[in-house]
Design a protein around this ligand. Structure first.
Ligand SMILES: *Cc1c(COP(=O)(O)O)cnc(C)c1O
Length: 359
């Protein structure tokens, strides 16, 4: 067991008075976790301290060259008050593979899980109880060496902040409208599309603006070379149900390997629904639509879990999928995953991890 120093907040922050109006990512809890890295010392000084601003040298490398990575996960409050995480070891595995790509020193996954459990336990009263709300968990690493030369930093900060968040669908599972982007690209093979690093999101904002102007909520990215193959949406992986088979783009290096994606594939297989991970062109999807075989389309990600797509616009073609309603496979996945995450159902896959109460 690693020792994690704890400095408790002297005054507690005010909790939101109305849990039904939490929104996403604007309120933070009483504490945060910090671990430092310095060349020669390795990762050291793990500590939980009161939430608040950090001091930073204006020459810190993350501010100039974007050497940073992050993760996104949730803590869920079960009906009896038990607190759960969902496959957290997968997030920490992915954090380390992001570190590898971005030249950030890897971390001990055991320490990451243990320290997260301790932080969530300390701030467990912040986990909302309203149905489908959760505590969003944001681990991240930034390069802090104060130097303007372009190279990998010699010092870093790993931090975790927690944000109570409302249900993703306050008015029910409404299908989203998505715009297929064929000008801008998000990532190319050999780039950083498969890691959660800030630059991917900064460079996606422009296309998001264009889509929003046309009243579409998100962008579906095509591959960066031929602009032909479907990749993913904003912060979600994509699935298409075509003639009874679920198809999702293969992880070719430019797509983020989502943990929800992985779980959906495993769940569908356990139900005997055929699933294929392969390259799929936007034209194949358009053809399936015209032939009446595009049964369902949905995105997967930690925030929304399952996000049904009701409309997909590609050039002049507007595909209306599922008559504006969520399809049966999407609904079953949503119910099964959320049931499991909030502890309402059994956990045959062993994906749920309880946060023990120690405080
Ligand atoms: C985080 C993210 C996803 C979804 O990953 P999950 O592990 O399922 O939350 C998909 N695409 C991108 C670009 C992401 O950043």
């Amino acid at each position: 067991m690693a020792t994690i120093r704890v400095e408790r907040a002297k005054t507690l922050r005010e909790k939101p008075s109305d849990e039904t109006k939490l929104g996403f990512g604007t309120i933070f809890t009483d504490h945060m976790l910090i671990i430092n890295y310095d060349e020669g010392q390795g990762w050291h000084d793990a500590r939980i301290v009161p939430y608040g601003p950090i001091e930073m040298n204006p020459a810190a490398m993350c501010l100039h060259y974007g050497q940073e990575i992050f993760e996104g996960m949730k803590a869920y409050r079960g009906g009896d008050g038990t607190v759960y995480l969902f496959r957290p070891e997968e997030n920490f595995k992915r954090l380390n593979s992001s570190c590898e790509r971005m030249c950030i020193p890897k971390m001990d996954e055991g320490l990451l899980l243990e320290s997260l459990m301790q932080l969530v336990d300390m701030d467990r009263d912040w986990i909302p109880a309203v149905k489908d709300s959760s505590l969003y968990i944001r681990p991240f690493i930034i390069a802090t060496e104060p130097k303007l030369g372009v190279h990998a930093s010699e010092s870093y900060l790993y931090m975790v902040i927690l944000s109570p968040s409302g249900p993703y669908y306050p008015t029910g599972l409404d299908p989203v409208k998505i715009y297929v982007e064929d000008q801008y690209v998000r990532a190319v093979r050999g780039g950083t599309g498969m890691v959660k690093t800030g630059g991917n999101y900064a460079s996606s904002l422009k296309a998001q603006d264009v889509a929003n102007e046309q009243h579409y909520s998100q962008v579906l990215w095509l591959d960066g070379v031929e602009r032909k193959y479907v990749e993913e949406v904003g912060a979600m992986n994509m699935f298409f149900v075509i003639g009874g088979e679920a198809v999702t783009p293969a992880l070719t290096g430019s797509i983020l390997p989502g943990i929800t994606r992985k779980s959906v594939i495993e769940m569908l297989k356990s139900w005997g629904v055929p699933v294929s991970e392969r390259r799929i062109t936007i034209d194949e999807i358009a053809d399936a639509y015209r032939a009446g075989k595009l049964d369902e389309a949905f995105g997967t990600g930690t925030a929304a879990v399952i996000s049904p797509v009701g409309e997909l616009k590609y050039g002049d073609l507007v595909m209306n999928i599922g008559g504006g309603k969520i399809g049966p496979i999407s609904q079953r996945l949503y119910d099964s995953l959320t049931g499991l995450q909030w502890g309402r159902t059994a956990d045959p896959f062993g994906w749920r991890v309880e946060v023990p109460k120690k405080q």
